[in-house]
Design a protein around this ligand. Structure first.
Ligand SMILES: O=C(O)Cc1cc(O)ccc1O
Ligand SMILES: [Fe+2]
Length: 437
C-alpha cells in the first residue's frame, strides 16, 4: 500500500479516493455521488473565530450513527483520566523510569496504553495525560475513538500504521502524529513490537507557536506537516468500536468497518510530522535560552503565554555558545515537565535517562544536569560541538502532573535517581576563583 500525504498545517484540504465522490460547490447535495452520506465532523464550536474554526465534511458509506449500537461499559484499568489524584502513596519527588518492558502477551495499542501522569480535569476540558504504550498486535476488527481529547503519538521503537477515518499514516520513531478528538482509528505495529509515548490533550488543539521576532521561518515549518489522502475500508464483518468518554470506556458491536469515508474536505484532520525537519534556533554567541525555543506544537490554555501543553523537542544541533555552561541550567519552574527520549543521549543526563525512559520534574521541583553533566560541561573546551543522533522531548503543562498508581509502582522506577545530583559539591570557598578541583 503506497501512502500519500498532503502538505501543510491546518490547511483546508480536499481529497477523494473515487473520482467525483467529493461534491463541488456545496457540502450537502440532495443525493451524494456513489450513494454516500454527507456528514460534518466539528473540532470547534460552529461559532469559533475563523483562526480556530475547524470542521471537515466526510462522504461515507454509512453515517457514523450507524457505526454505534448500544454502548456497553468495558474496563481499561491502565488508561487513566484526570482528575486522578492521590491514587498512590508515593511521596513527592523528582522521578525517572527505565522503559516499559515489551509485552509478552498479545497486546494492541489500546490495551497497551499505560498512563503515567494526569493533569487538569477532563470534564472542563483542561489539562492532559502522559502515557507510555507498548504493543505487539494489530487492531483488525477493533476500532477506537477518544472523545476526551486529541492524541499526540510519539513512537520510540518500531513504527505504527494508523488507519483513520480520513486516511492512513505510517509513523516511525522520530516522527509524531496527531489524532483529532473524536476521530475513529485503528493501529497496527510496523514491526513485531512497538513502544512509544502519547500526550492526551483535553484542552484546545495543538497549534504552531507564534515565532515572534524569529520571523516567518525555522522551528516547525507548516509544509512539513502531512495529512493523509482519503482511504476507505469496505468490510461487512463483525467489528467493535471502543469509545473513551469522560474517562470511561464503552464498546459497541457493529457489522461493518467504521472507516468508510470515501472522500472528505476540510481542516479538521489527522497529521504527521517528522521531528528531523524541525529547524532549531538557539544561542549563537553565549548563554542558554529557555527550552520554549524548541516548541514544536503548543496547546493554548486561554491565558496568553501559559500553555495547557507545550510539546518541546531537543533534537541534534550545534552547540557554539562562548564562555557558557551549555547544557540546561539548574531550575525550578511553575510548569510541570514530563520527558522522554526517542534515541541517543540527552545532554543534561548522559547516563540513566535511556531511550524509551521517562522522567517527571513536577511544578516547582528543582532539577538540572547530573553531576557528570555539570563537571563535563563546566570543564569543557568550548569548541563548536555537534550533538548528534539524539532526540528527546518534553510534554510541559501549566498544571501539576499527578502520578498514577501504575507509574508509582512501576518496577522500572529508578530508586536512586536523586543520587545523580549528590556529587554536586560545594565549590564556594570565599574566593572569586572558587574551588574547581
Ligand atoms: O529539565 C530539562 O532538562 C528540560 C529543560 C531543558 C532546557 O534546556 C532548559 C530548561 C529545561 O526545563
Ligand atoms: Fe526542566
Amino acid at each position: 500500500m503506497t501512502l500519500r500525504y498532503m502538505p501543510g498545517f491546518g490547511n483546508d484540504f480536499e481529497t477523494e479516493s473515487l473520482p467525483g465522490a467529493l461534491p463541488q460547490g456545496q457540502n450537502s447535495p440532495q443525493r451524494c455521488a456513489y450513494g454516500l452520506y454527507a456528514e460534518q465532523l466539528s473540532g470547534s464550536p460552529f461559532t469559533a473565530p475563523r483562526g480556530t474554526n475547524e470542521r471537515s465534511w466526510l462522504y461515507r458509506i454509512r453515517p457514523s450513527v450507524r457505526h454505534t449500537g448500544r454502548f456497553q461499559p468495558v474496563s481499561n484499568d491502565h488508561w487513566k483520566t484526570a482528575p486522578n489524584i492521590a491514587d498512590h502513596e508515593m511521596a513527592l519527588g523528582q522521578l525517572r523510569w527505565n522503559p516499559l518492558p515489551l509485552p509478552n502477551r498479545p497486546t494492541d495499542f489500546i490495551a497497551g496504553m499505560r498512563t503515567m501522569t494526569t493533569a487538569g480535569d477532563v470534564h472542563t476540558q483542561v489539562g492532559m495525560a502522559a502515557h507510555a504504550y507498548v504493543l505487539n498486535e494489530a487492531m483488525v476488527d477493533d476500532y477506537f475513538f477518544n472523545a476526551d481529547g486529541e492524541l499526540l503519538v510519539v513512537p520510540q521503537q518500531g513504527g505504527l500504521r494508523v488507519h483513520t477515518e480520513m486516511g492512513v499514516m505510517d509513523v516511525t520513531p522520530a516522527e509524531i502524529c496527531v489524532l483529532p478528538r473524536g476521530m475513529i482509528f485503528k493501529v497496527e505495529p510496523l514491526e513485531e513490537t512497538s513502544r512509544g509515548y502519547v500526550c492526551e490533550n483535553y484542552g484546545a488543539k495543538f497549534t504552531l507557536p507564534d515565532r515572534g521576532p524569529i520571523g516567518a521561518n525555522c522551528l516547525a515549518n507548516p509544509r512539513d506537516f502531512k495529512t493523509p489522502v482519503a482511504w476507505y475500508e469496505e468490510k461487512e464483518t463483525p467489528c467493535r468500536l471502543t469509545v473513551k468518554w469522560c474517562g470511561r470506556f464503552y464498546v459497541t458491536e457493529i457489522g461493518h468497518s467504521p472507516l468508510d469515508v470515501v472522500a472528505w474536505h476540510g481542516n479538521y484532520a489527522p497529521y504527521k510530522y517528522d521531528l528531523r525537519t524541525y529547524s532549531p534556533v538557539g544561542a549563537i554567541l553565549f548563554d542558554h535560552p529557555d527550552p520554549s525555543i524548541f516548541t514544536v506544537l503548543t496547546a493554548p490554555s486561554g491565558e496568553a503565554g501559559t500553555a495547557n501543553i507545550d510539546f518541546v523537542i531537543f533534537p541534534e544541533r550545534w552547540m557554539v555558545a562562548e564562555h557558557t555552561f551549555r547544557p540546561p541550567w539548574y531550575h525550578r519552574n511553575i510548569m510541570s515537565e514530563f520527558m522522554g527520549l526517542i534515541y541517543g543521549q540527552y545532554d543534561a543526563k548522559e547516563e540513566g535517562f535511556v531511550p524509551g525512559g521517562m522522567s517527571l520534574h513536577n511544578m516547582m521541583l528543582p532539577h538540572g544536569p547530573d553531576t557528570m553533566g555539570f563537571e563535563k560541561a563546566s570543564g569543557a573546551e568550548l569548541q563548536p560541538m555537534k550533538l548528534t543522533g539524539t532526540m528527546a522531548f518534553m510534554f510541559e503543562t501549566r498544571f501539576p502532573q499527578h502520578l498514577t498508581r501504575f507509574a508509582a509502582e512501576l518496577d522500572t522506577l529508578q530508586d536512586n535517581y536523586l543520587d545523580c545530583w549528590t556529587g554536586l559539591k560545594k565549590r564556594f570557598n570565599g574566593t572569586p576563583e572558587g574551588n574547581w578541583d
